[in-house]
Ligand binder design. Sequence first.
Ligand code: ADP
Length: 228
Amino acid sequence: MEKPPALHLEEVRRSYVQGDHELAILRGATLSVWPGESVALIAPSGAGKSTLLHMAGLLEHPDGGEVYISGKPTAKLPDGARTAIRRHEIGFVYQFHHLLPEFTASENVALPQMIAGLDRREATKRANELLRFLGLAERLEHRPSELSGGEQQRVAIARAVANAPRLLLADEPTGNLDPKTADHVFETLSKLVSATKLAAVIATHNLDLAKRMTRRVTLRDGKVVELE
Ligand code: ADP
């Protein structure tokens, strides 16, 4: 049987109350992302990109509709079960890396695996393999402050995929980087997605980089629309 999409948003709705009125941000957003696919989410500021990523990452509840992770509906699950799915199946990369400053690159990537129950040796081995794959073989023992912006972001990507999630969600992962570095980080992300059959949704303003993704989508009136 064919595998389900890693992520399927079905008619997701989400509003925020601001002052005395309600802002409907997602108004029936539908999107499927399959293993090995990278989808660029391109839309102006305020269109709801982060909101969509929060729904997909089970960080917030939709007001309506359903979020399927690897075919499993999640909207009605208790918080504990949602947290478990988030921990095991979803990786996050943000605009700012949020690495732990007092730990080395290797430790930053090993920690989430140790929290998930792997022993230190195994976790460190996998962390170092990942960092090497992302071109950081010479930086394993560096602390974040000793790394460039692009290197920090590649460590953050390694950390996000350390527990072998099926879905990677990235919110402006290169928004903070110069064009050349952004290019390199994107290249690394793409390589990782195709090598590991991850599914990725990447919010970005950078159209050049978005062209390298498998698909491009935008948000229009709170719905997902495919772009060319
Ligand atoms: P984008 O990521 O595309 O810039 P967001 O998803 O962050 O857009 O936000 C979409 C809109 O929803 C914005 O107008 C924002 O002010 C509003 N919004 C987002 N989160 C909240 C919240 N927690 N409470 C109230 N309004 C919010």
